[in-house]
Structures are given as structure tokens and as C-alpha cells.
Design a protein around this ligand. Structure first.
Ligand code: GZL
Length: 388
């Protein structure tokens, strides 16, 4: 288990028994964890993404004037309730938050890994609010059931940011959301599959499709399904045989793919809602002797596009992978600095730009969700440029 998760895991086991003295900036935060937990937080700097943001209004962090007096004089306490540690994507997202809200940058970060347990996550958020932190960052495992937490935060004067997955509530209950356009990711996958099949002369062929979906109730799962479904509806010769909820883990990907193979045998297209599920599906396909990827019987599509999966795209095992950028933390940090210097956050909804990757250099651009994206064919050079 990575050092970060050992710390987080033990913090969970200690059921976040923090003793914070005067947490709202005047005091310092002492986080009480068992001595063996004082493992060094990963200090590897996470490369800040050079990709921009687009949203209702562009977020222009270049004009944020950091008020060095505020920065130097006061430590800002942040409570972060993370989804869990279920995937490589999640690890990159967690490291980005830990690296961004470091002590050196003027923050005291209280971090909880909720281990995919939504009730626990909400309890942890309430505990942070009771500790009178300055800001609460939520990556909601599921979109629903947050009213009490958000109401408590507002009453306590704790400002809330939502990162990555979305939350069902009025936007007045939080400062801003930074993350991915999951529905657009699903549409990108559908648009790429259309173009890919056309290039292969299979645009009229009957195509069977299964989906290993993400965590039930999560925004990523809802959005990717909604976006991809538009293309299933549009193409009469495409048949969705099944879609089953996984947990964004390799184990769930393998388990569900084994069920699909037993029930349907050969399947033309397998869509996995994240890379870890795709890795599990690959194991199941290998064990069943079913070929996939470039030149294989089954087309394999994934989401996240973490480094390890882009290696599989390079080797042709994954046909296409649609990025979900985990590095939103620096944008939230900019927004906090803006608030701390008395300015307003310019936009409630801030999408991080993301790329689309393919194994074969046979689809040039795709049109989807009102935009045009160039498909990036993965090469060694592309791999070297990746921040995660
Ligand atoms: C999406 C994120 C999803 C990733 C998975 O933004 O919430 O959760 O796609 C992760 O890898 O588990």
C-alpha cells in the first residue's frame, strides 16, 4: 500500500480523531495520528497540467493576485474527503491535492480516504466542519445525499469546493466545482467508435456492445453512460447487450467481463468506465482466449488515460482511451487564493480540458459535444509527455 494510503488508511482507522486548536487561521492544527502514521507525505511534485480550463466562463488564474501578507501570515485549514483509493486515477488525484495543499504552500490539510463508502465520507465531512476548518473540498462518491453536510458547512461558515465528481445541490451551496465533463467523455468515445468502424468498413455491420460501468450513482458513471448512449441510439446497427455497475476497480472489471463472456461469448466492443476496470477485462479476455485491441476480435475502449493504460494503447491492447484529468487541485487553490484576497470566484462550473487517445493512427479528429478534438495516436513521445 502506498505511503499516502497507509497514512490515510490509518487515519480512517483512528476515525479521524483530530485535535485542532483554534483551527480558523489564528491557531494551528495538530493532527493526532499514531506515531507510526507519521510517514512522510509523498513530496514528489505533481506536474501542474498545462491544459487549460473551459467552462461557463474561462477561469483565468493568471490574474489572481496572491496577497503575500495573507499567504505568509496565516495557515489555511483544508478538509478533503476523497472518494477512496480504488484506481490509478484516484492516486494521481490524491497526490495532486496533497502536493497542492502542503504546509509549504500555507495549508494545513486534513485528509480522509473514504474507501468508496459514501456514508463514511459524509460523516467525515461533518467532523471536519465541526473542527471549524476554513475550506472543505468534497469529491463525492455519489451525487446524492449531501444536503445536511452542505447546510452544516454554510451555517459554520466553512466554504465548500467540489472536485472531480459532481454533487446534487443548488450551486449556491458551494464556491465552485472543478472537474471533467463526463458526458462529453462518453460522447467522445461514441464519436471515435463511429469513425473507427467507418475506417474499417464496418459502419453497416451489426455491432454488439457491453459496458463495464463505474460506481453506481457516481457522476462519472452517469455521464459516461449518458454520452455514449447517444451514439448507441444514433446507430441502429449497434446493439447494447448489457451494462453492469463495477466499482472502478480491476477486480470488478474482471468479474463483470467474465460474466459477459459466459453470457454472450464473442462481443464486438467492450467499454470500460475506467482504466482499472479495463485491466480487469483484459485479464478475463486473455483467460477466455478472446483477442482484443488492434487486430483483435474485440474493440476495447477505456476512460481516464493514466500512464499505465497509455502504455497498453501504445502496445495496441486498448484501442482508445479518453482522458479524465485528475489534476484539478491547483485550480481550486487558485480559487481559494482569490477568495482569501477578497475577490470572487469567476465561475461555478469549471471543466478541465482533456485529450482523446488511440492506438491506430486512423481517426484524425472527432466532432462531439459541440467541439472538435484531434485524436492523439500514442507514441513513446506522447508517453514521455504525460504528467500522470
Ligand atoms: C472520474 C473519477 C473516476 C475515475 C475513476 O472523474 O471520479 O473515479 O474515472 C475513479 O478512475 O475511480
Amino acid at each position: 500500500m502506498k505511503i499516502i494510503y497507509l497514512l490515510a488508511y490509518i487515519m480512517i482507522m483512528s476515525v479521524c480523531t483530530f485535535s485542532l486548536s483554534g483551527c480558523n487561521r489564528s491557531g494551528t492544527a495538530d493532527v493526532e495520528v499514531a506515531p507510526e502514521d507519521n510517514v512522510p507525505i509523498n513530496s514528489n511534485p505533481t506536474k501542474i497540467p498545462d491544459s487549460g480550463l473551459h467552462g461557463k466562463q474561462d477561469w483565468d488564474s493568471s490574474n489572481i493576485e496572491l496577497d503575500s501578507d495573507i499567504h505568509d501570515a496565516e495557515i489555511i485549514t483544508i478538509g478533503f474527503v476523497q472518494v477512496g483509493h480504488e484506481s490509478a486515477w484516484r492516486e494521481a488525484a490524491t497526490e495532486s491535492v496533497l502536493d497542492t495543499f502542503s504546509r509549504d504552500n500555507g495549508y494545513e490539510l486534513m485528509f480522509i480516504d473514504s474507501d468508496n463508502n459514501s456514508d463514511y465520507q459524509k460523516q467525515a465531512a461533518m467532523q471536519f466542519i465541526e473542527q471549524k476548518i476554513d475550506y472543505l473540498i468534497i469529491d463525492p462518491i455519489v451525487t446524492g445525499g449531501w444536503d445536511n453536510v452542505l447546510k452544516a458547512a454554510k451555517e459554520a461558515g466553512v466554504k465548500v469546493f467540489v472536485i472531480d465528481r459532481t454533487i446534487d445541490c443548488d450551486e449556491s451551496m458551494y464556491e465552485a466545482w472543478f472537474g471533467s465533463d463526463f458526458e462529453a467523455e462518453g460522447e467522445a468515445a461514441g464519436a471515435w467508435l463511429e469513425a473507427y468502424l467507418k475506417d474499417k468498413g464496418r459502419e453497416k455491420e451489426d455491432i454488439s456492445i457491453v459496458t463495464v460501468a463505474g460506481t453506481k450513482g457516481s457522476a462519472a458513471r452517469k455521464g459516461r453512460t449518458k454520452g455514449f448512449s447517444k451514439y448507441i441510439k444514433k446507430n441502429d446497427n449497434w446493439t447494447k447487450l448489457a451494462e453492469k455497475d463495477g466499482e472502478f476497480t480491476k477486480e470488478s472489471g474482471k468479474r463483470i467481463m467474465e460474466e459477459f463472456i459466459i453470457k454472450y461469448g464473442k462481443i464486438d466492443v467492450v467499454v470500460c468506465h475506467n482504466d482499472n476496470e479495463a485491466w480487469g477485462a483484459m485479464e478475463a479476455l486473455d483467460e477466455a482466449g478472446i483477442t482484443y485491441g488492434m487486430g483483435g476480435d474485440t474493440i476495447l475502449i477505456s476512460f481516464d488515460a493514466v500512464y499505465e493504460s497509455l502504455e497498453y494503447v501504445l502496445s495496441g491492447k486498448i484501442n482508445a482511451d479518453f482522458e479524465c484529468n485528475p489534476l484539478s487541485a491547483p485550480y481550486i487553490e487558485d480559487a481559494i487564493r482569490r477568495i482569501e484576497s477578497g475577490r470572487h470566484v469567476v465561475s461555478k462550473t469549471n471543466y478541465i480540458d482533456e485529450a482523446c487517445f488511440q492506438a491506430e493512427n486512423n481517426v484524425y479528429t472527432i466532432e462531439y459535444a459541440g467541439r472538435t478534438s484531434k485524436m492523439i495516436t500514442v507514441t513513446e513521445q506522447v508517453l514521455k509527455s504525460r504528467a500522470y
